[in-house]
Design a binder for this molecule. Structure first.
Ligand SMILES: NC(=O)c1ccc[n+]([C@@H]2O[C@H](COP(=O)([O-])OP(=O)(O)OC[C@H]3O[C@@H](n4cnc5c(N)ncnc54)[C@H](O)[C@@H]3O)[C@@H](O)[C@H]2O)c1
Length: 436
């Protein structure tokens, strides 16, 4: 199959490289000429484990190409994916569909022969109808089917997720489109990944329902963690105790500083807007959004609490800036409200992240960026673990202690055991567990 992937970001690049790896002939298109030039030189515009090798192998095999020219690729394609961004719209927080609709218009002008146009971007229910309307309005003679195929990959494990998905959701009732989608995903289908066909609106809503449910699970355990802390219980044990129940499941029950990232924050808010537009307020999701927003900034008060006298004039070291490990993505990371709130308290912030510092520098002012965890701890009155990168899981406590002004550790990801930190001479505070 010939595939044109419109938008070469976290989703477009990973999906494009994986489809090429399945044996399809893929061209990734992006408006960002710098990004395409870098990819042509073999440089990855994002940090994603395994991506470099996958892109290099498929480029070498001639199955993966990069361009800024949309029209010829769309004209030659059997399948055109829209994988452009759908950020929160300024003002009301609904999904900003400008990029999707612009792409639809450009695609319409270039269509040649029967083509399946697939929305992989996360888009509110009904967007597929509008994409179809735009295409018909721009090109009355276009022979195409518009399909919804939401993406569920997670940054940091994106290639594995794409190649071993729990399910593939395809929203279409068009028989020809169904055939093309089956062919595109054949290797996964043979691997027994369920290919679930449904109608387009249902597929669109499945994506939002999935993200909202996962965000709810995280927020639920975060609130239980707060209660556990107050009553002297241990949230890690609670998560295990409930997670072993198959009806609940162990995943997404890790208490922490609140969810962030490029998807959950914007998708939960967009779903609320869809609910309101359809006269169906979604009270549970409203609470999730409100609780999570308050939580992110509250993490700074936790740090101040660990320092007894508050943060004024103190130096605080923050380890991990990205919203999760194994990505360089800083979008809506909990580290941002944490650091700004610490600065508002009058603290000086030093920070280190293995992959996110380049993006962080554009978002955070007056932070001293350091070259590793130990340099970051230099002169600090507290060390805060904000993102659970592997390399922070076995820190040399003695080395940290000698670098710091005071041995205070605030572990917002519960990666250490309170007794180990205490034994090493640290005052230790974590989430949903007793302070030591
Ligand atoms: N990042 C994730 O983990 C993830 C997971 C699942 C779904 N999604 C969804 O996938 C979509 C894309 O997310 P992302 O994180 O990859 O975004 P991104 O911002 O990393 O990439 C989007 C790319 O599209 C390009 N673009 C915009 N308009 C274009 C056009 N008309 N022609 C060509 N290129 C154009 C941009 O230059 C950019 O490179 C979003 O809707 C997101 O919600 C993201």
């Amino acid at each position: 199959m010939r595939v044109a992937m419109i938008g070469t970001g976290y989703v477009g690049l990973v999906s494009g490289a994986c489809f090429a790896d399945f044996g399809h002939d893929v061209t990734c298109v992006d408006k960002d000429a710098g990004k395409i030039a870098a990819l042509k030189r073999g440089e990855m515009p994002i940090y994603e484990p395994g991506l470099n090798e996958l892109v290099a192998a498929n480029t070498k095999a001639g199955r993966l190409k990069f361009t800024t020219e949309l029209a010829p690729e769309v004209a030659a394609a059997d399948a055109v994916f829209i994988a452009v961004g759908t950020p929160s719209r300024r003002g009301d927080g609904h999904a900003d569909l400008t990029f999707v609709y612009d792409a639809a218009r450009e695609i319409a002008q270039a269509l040649d022969g029967f083509t399946v146009v697939i929305t992989k971007s996360t888009v509110p229910v009904g967007t597929g109808d509008e994409v179809e309307r735009i295409i018909r309005e721009t090109r009355a003679d276009a022979d195409c089917a518009v399909v919804s195929n939401p993406e569920f990959l997670r940054e940091g494990a994106a290639i594995r997720d794409f190649k071993h998905p729990d399910r593939i959701v395809v929203g279409t009732v068009d028989a020809r489109a169904r055939e093309v989608m089956t062919e595109l995903y054949r290797p996964l289908y043979l691997n027994r990944a369920p290919l679930m066909f449904t109608d387009r609106r249902t597929a669109e809503l499945i994506k939002y329902a999935a993200n909202a449910f996962l965000a709810t699970k995280i927020t639920f355990i975060n609130e239980i963690a707060d209660l556990a802390e107050k009553v002297g219980a241990d949230v890690q044990e609670i998560a295990r105790g409930i997670g072993l129940d198959n009806r609940i499941g162990a995943k997404f029950l890790h208490a922490g500083p609140g969810f962030g990232g490029s998807c959950f924050p914007k998708d939960t808010v967009a779903l609320l807007k869809t609910g309101l537009d359809n006269d169906t307020p979604l009270r549970v999701i409203e609470a999730v959004v409100a609780v999570n927003d308050a939580r992110k900034r509250a993490m700074a008060r936790k740090v101040a609490h660990a320092l007894d006298g508050g943060g004024r004039g103190k130096t605080i070291a923050v380890l991990g800036l990205t919203f999760k490990p194994n990505t360089d993505d800083m979008r809506e990371s909990p580290s941002i409200p944490l650091i700004t709130a610490l600065q508002d308290m009058g603290a000086k912030v030093r920070a280190y992240d293995p992959a996110g510092m380049e993006q962080a520098k554009t978002l955070l002012g007056k932070v001293t960026f350091c070259e590793d965890a130990y340099a970051c701890a230099e002169g600090a009155s507290a060390l805060v673990i904000c993102t659970e990168w592997e390399q922070f899981r076995a820190l040399d406590f003695d080395r940290l202690k000698s670098a710091m002004e005071r041995p205070v550790l605030v572990d917002l990801r519960n990666i250490y055991r309170p007794e180990d930190a205490a034994r090493a001479g640290f005052a230790y505070e974590s989430i949903g567990r007793a302070k030591t």
